[in-house]
Design a protein around this ligand. Structure first.
Ligand code: FAD
Length: 485
């Protein structure tokens, strides 16, 4: 059995660990250091990105490169790179490191919001953590990119306030069906930010906090071994760990697939519109699905918008931007008007299949101990809520706290389920109403905008994260992980 890291250095009780874990920490690969800041402290852009096709394979698209972190951040990563303890972004031979050391630390599988947030907290607390992210570089993901106040607060608590990453504000909601439309002021501040930018900033923060980030290495499996876990990487290397955070999002890990049976298709198509969208997120139902349209943050701020759709079945929409635009436009006069002169920014939409909206993980009898699920691997909220990222961040952070406090994974899962229940129930109910009676819902939102505001608020996480209560691996009983406001 191989362990990856050197044993933890002893710290004075209560003392905060140094952010980079100092000179003694063994590492496989450090996340590439933050690139040098430009003279204005801004970030760069323009590069390759990808998302999955309906067949689950990655597609490459030229879109936004992740923006770099603001001036002054990332120095620790550069220093480590110069010191030669890790090649920049190049994996070191796994089998030459940490051989024979004791099992400790956590392997986080998946470097999306859930996995990266877990890694940041674990590393900042001085724990050993390795993130395994199968993509070698940042990429676009099928996501509406709407971020509510809960996501914004969680990102800020991680030291990544959304405006500093180039997010643009969204202050109004709107719904259109047939010839009707309605708009209302959102009851909270919300934002739009490309996923490639956000995910890269999170992974960068994890590396700067001292996590080992393996890029371009997928996990092929994870199994109990002795007291802990053995995570098998594509190519055959193994990582040994005390606990595992399963954060592979929409993708199943062999042997740990979600129990969800049905799934929808998610499509994403960035667009250039005839004019700028005025800080509004639009919900556009059509037969067999719905789409969200909102201004695009990051480099696309201005006339660019992000169209993201959830459909029960697709034909040419998954390949042909015009077909997707036509399908969305068929649902309302407003959509037809807005999309008539829209210019797709991709040759074909990004797509992901089998999205199990409404899925909530429940541990069955004999569920493995020490495997903490977070993000879409724990629960999948209907996209119209625009709260999946907040739930992923909160779940990842809560998983980290649970691991640090020794809370058993089963107790963690029960507590997280309780916290995510409200947005899941509200989003599910709204999704059903939208499908059954889009016109009536639009009429109701127009006559009673306070109801639309209430519904928007109820699809948010009801609580802010706080440190977990104590507990031991193998113990029992529900543990409150997130405090009510
Ligand atoms: C159509 C649609 C629209 C949406 N719109 C919004 C929205 O507007 N706002 C919002 O908040 N949420 C939205 N969501 C939901 C949101 O995208 C997800 O809830 C969120 O991305 C979940 O984060 P995650 O970290 O769990 O997973 P992901 O973001 O999917 O990240 C998982 C990571 O794991 C990696 N990975 C996968 N398998 C492996 C492996 N075997 N080994 C190593 N790495 C692996 C992947 O490369 C990926 O980087 C939308 C979803 C859909 C489908």
């Amino acid at each position: 059995m191989r362990a990856v890291h050197a044993p933890p250095r002893r710290r004075r009780a209560g003392a905060l660990p140094p952010l980079d874990e100092g000179a003694g920490a063994a590492r496989l690969v450090h996340q590439r250091p933050a690139p040098p800041p430009d003279p204005l402290g801004n970030r760069l852009g323009g590069g390759a990105a990808a998302a999955d096709g309906p067949d689950g394979r990655a597609r490459q698209h030229r879109l936004h490169r992740p923006r770099l972190l603001p001036r002054g951040l990332g120095g620790a990563g550069r220093a480590r790179g110069r010191a030669g303890r890790a090649a920049l972004g190049l994996p070191l031979p796994l089998d030459r490191l940490g051989r024979g050391r004791r099992v400790s630390g956590t392997v986080v599988i998946g470097g999306g919001p859930a996995g990266a947030a877990a890694a940041i907290l674990l590393a900042r607390a001085g724990a050993r953590v390795t993130v395994v992210e199968r993509e070698a570089a940042a990429r676009e993901k099928v996501c509406g990119e709407f971020l509510g106040p809960d996501a914004a607060a969680l990102m800020a608590s991680l030291g990544l306030p959304l405006p500093s990453l180039g997010a643009v504000p969204v202050s109004r909601g709107a719904l259109a069906a047939g010839s009707r439309d309605a708009a209302w002021a959102l009851p909270f501040a919300a934002w739009s930010l490309p996923r490639a930018v956000m995910d890269e900033a999170l992974l960068d923060a994890a590396a700067r906090a001292g996590a080992t980030v393996l890029r371009g290495r997928g996990a092929a499996g994870a199994a109990r071994e002795g007291e802990g876990w053995s995570v098998r990487l594509a190519g055959g290397a193994r990582l040994a760990a005390r606990s595992v955070v399963l954060a592979t999002g929409k993708h199943e890990l062999r042997g740990h697939a979600r129990s969800a049976t049905r799934g929808q298709i998610g499509l994403k198509l960035p667009l250039r519109l005839a004019g700028p969208m005025e800080g509004t997120v639009l919900l556009l139902p059509f037969a067999g699905g719905y789409a969200g349209l909102q201004p695009r943050g990051g480099e696309g701020a201005g006339r660019e918008a992000n169209l993201c759709a959830a459909l029960r079945a697709v034909g040419s929409e998954a390949r042909d931007p015009a077909a997707l635009l036509g399908r969305v436009a068929s649902g309302s006069a407003l959509a037809a008007r807005l999309l008539r002169d829209a210019e797709p920014l991709l040759a074909r939409p990004l797509a992901v299949g089998g999205v199990p909206y409404g899925f909530r993980h429940r541990d069955g009898a004999g569920a493995p101990c020490g495997l903490y699920r977070a993000g879409d691997q724990f629960a999948v909220v209907p996209s119209l809520a625009g709260d999946g990222v907040a739930m992923a961040l909160a779940g990842g952070m809560a998983a980290a706290r649970a691991i640090l406090e020794g809370v058993p994974s089963a107790a963690f899962h029960r507590a997280l389920d309780a916290e995510l229940g409200r947005p899941m129930r509200w989003a599910g109910a709204i999704a059903r109403l939208l499908e059954a009676a889009p016109g009536a819902l639009t009429l109701a939102a127009g006559v009673f905008p306070a109801g639309a505001r209430l519904a928007a608020a109820r699809t948010r996480l009801p609580s802010r994260p706080r440190p977990v209560a104590g507990g031991r691996e193998g113990g029992a009983g529900p543990v409150r992980i997130l405090a009510r406001r």
